[in-house]
Design a protein around this ligand. Structure first.
Ligand SMILES: NC(=O)c1ccc[n+]([C@@H]2O[C@H](COP(=O)([O-])OP(=O)(O)OC[C@H]3O[C@@H](n4cnc5c(N)ncnc54)[C@H](O)[C@@H]3O)[C@@H](O)[C@H]2O)c1
Length: 437
């Protein structure tokens, strides 16, 4: 099958690489000529484990191509995926559909034969109708069916998620379009991945409902963590105690500095805006957004408390800057708010991240980025574990303590047991456990 993908970011590149690995012929398009040049020369514009080999293998096999020429890619494609960004619109929090609408217009201008146009970007309910209207207004004679196929991959585990999805959601109004989508995903269907066919609007809603629910789960356990700190409980045991209940499930019950990343913050906001517009308010999600926003700065204040008296001029080393491990994505990472809170209090901040420093640099220009966790900790008054990268899970805590001005560890991911931290000569501050005297 011939597939074109418009937008070669995290989702477009992963989807393109995986579809080509299924045996389809895929052309990935992007407006960003530097990104396309890099991909053609074999360099990866993002960090995603395993992606470089997958791209290299399929490009070498002639199944995966990269171009800035949208019209050339669309010509003859049986399915065209829109995978452009849908960030928060400045000022009001609605999803900014500028990129989706302009991709639809460009596709319409380039259509040469019957095709299925698939929205993979996360878009508010009704966007498929807009895309259909744009295409039919610009190209009234074109045979194009518009389908919603939201993506559920997680950065850091994107290839595994794409190739072994819990489900594939397809919102199609037309049986022919549904058949084309079944063909696109046939290799996964044979592997028994459930294909859920529904209406286009329902498919669009499923994506937002899923993200809002996951954000709620994280925020719920974060508030329980605060309660544990106040009354002397242990949030990790509470999470285990409730997560073993099959109705609740153990995932997304790790207390931490609040959710961030390229999806949950903008998608929860966009869902609230949709709900507000149709006067069906989602009060639980409203609370989740507020609580999570407040939590990020609260984590900065937790670090300031751990510094003891006047924080001004003290040095804090943040370890792990990306919003989660195994990605270089810094969009809406909690580390950004923590840095801001610390700098507002006059703290000097250093940072270390295994993959995210290039992306972090412009977002935190006054943070001194260091080559290793130990270099960041040298002479510091506190070390803060912000993101649970594997390389940060086995730090030599004694070496860390020996190099610091004051041996204070703030573990916002509860990676290390407090006893281990204290045995290494550091004072422990974590999440969701009563402070130790
Ligand atoms: N990143 C994730 O983990 C994830 C997961 C599921 C869904 N999504 C959704 O997928 C969509 C894409 O997210 P992303 O993280 O891949 O975004 P991204 O910003 O990494 O990539 C988007 C790409 O689209 C390109 N682009 C924009 N307009 C274009 C056009 N007209 N023609 C060609 N290229 C164009 C941009 O240059 C950019 O490279 C969003 O709606 C997002 O919410 C993302």
């Amino acid at each position: 099958m011939r597939i074109a993908i418009i937008g070669t970011g995290y989702v477009g590149l992963v989807s393109g690489a995986c579809f080509s690995d299924f045996g389809h012929h895929v052309v990935c398009v992007d407006k960003d000529a530097d990104k396309i040049d890099a991909l053609i020369s074999g360099a990866m514009p993002i960090f995603e484990p395993g992606l470089d080999q997958l791209v290299a293998r399929n490009a070498a096999g002639g199944r995966l191509e990269f171009t800035t020429d949208l019209a050339g890619a669309v010509d003859g494609a049986e399915a065209i995926f829109i995978a452009v960004g849908t960030p928060s619109r400045r000022g009001d929090g609605h999803a900014d559909l500028t990129y989706v609408h302009s991709a639809a217009r460009e596709i319409a201008a380039a259509l040469t034969g019957p095709t299925v146009v698939v929205t993979k970007s996360t878009v508010p309910v009704g966007t498929g109708d807009d895309v259909e209207r744009i295409i039919h207004e610009a190209a009234p004679d074109a045979q194009a069916w518009v389908v919603s196929n939201p993506e559920f991959l997680r950065e850091g585990a994107a290839l595994e998620d794409f190739k072994h999805p819990d489900r594939i959601v397809i919102g199609a109004e037309d049986p022919h379009a549904a058949e084309v989508m079944r063909e696109v995903y046939r290799p996964l269907y044979l592997n028994k991945a459930p294909l859920l066919f529904t209406t286009r609007r329902t498919a669009e809603l499923i994506k937002y409902a899923a993200n809002a629910f996951l954000a709620t789960k994280i925020t719920f356990i974060n508030e329980i963590a605060d309660l544990c700190e106040a009354v002397g409980g242990d949030v990790q045991d509470v999470a285990r105690g409730i997560g073993l209940d099959g109705r609740i499930g153990a995932k997304f019950l790790h207390a931490g500095p609040g959710y961030g990343g390229s999806c949950f913050p903008k998608d929860t906001l966009a869902l609230l805006k949709t709900a507000e517009d149709v006067q069906a308010p989602l009060r639980i999600v409203e609370a989740v957004v507020k609580v999570n926003d407040a939590r990020k700065r609260a984590m900065g204040r937790k670090v300031i408390r751990a510094l003891g008296d006047d924080p001004r001029g003290k040095i804090v080393a943040l370890l792990g800057l990306t919003f989660k491990p195994n990605t270089d994505d810094m969009r809406d990472a909690p580390s950004i708010s923590i840095v801001q809170t610390l700098q507002d209090a006059g703290v000097r901040v250093r940072g270390y991240d295994p993959e995210g420093m290039e992306q972090a640099r412009p977002l935190m220009p006054d943070v001194a980025l260091c080559d290793s966790p130990y270099a960041a900790a040298e002479g510091a008054d506190a070390v803060v574990l912000v993101t649970e990268w594997d390389v940060l899970r086995a730090l030599d805590l004694r070496r860390l303590a020996a190099t610091m001005a004051a041996p204070v560890l703030v573990d916002l991911r509860n990676i290390y047991p407090p006893e281990e931290v204290e045995a290494a000569g550091l004072s422990w501050h974590g999440v969701g456990k009563a402070p130790r005297s």
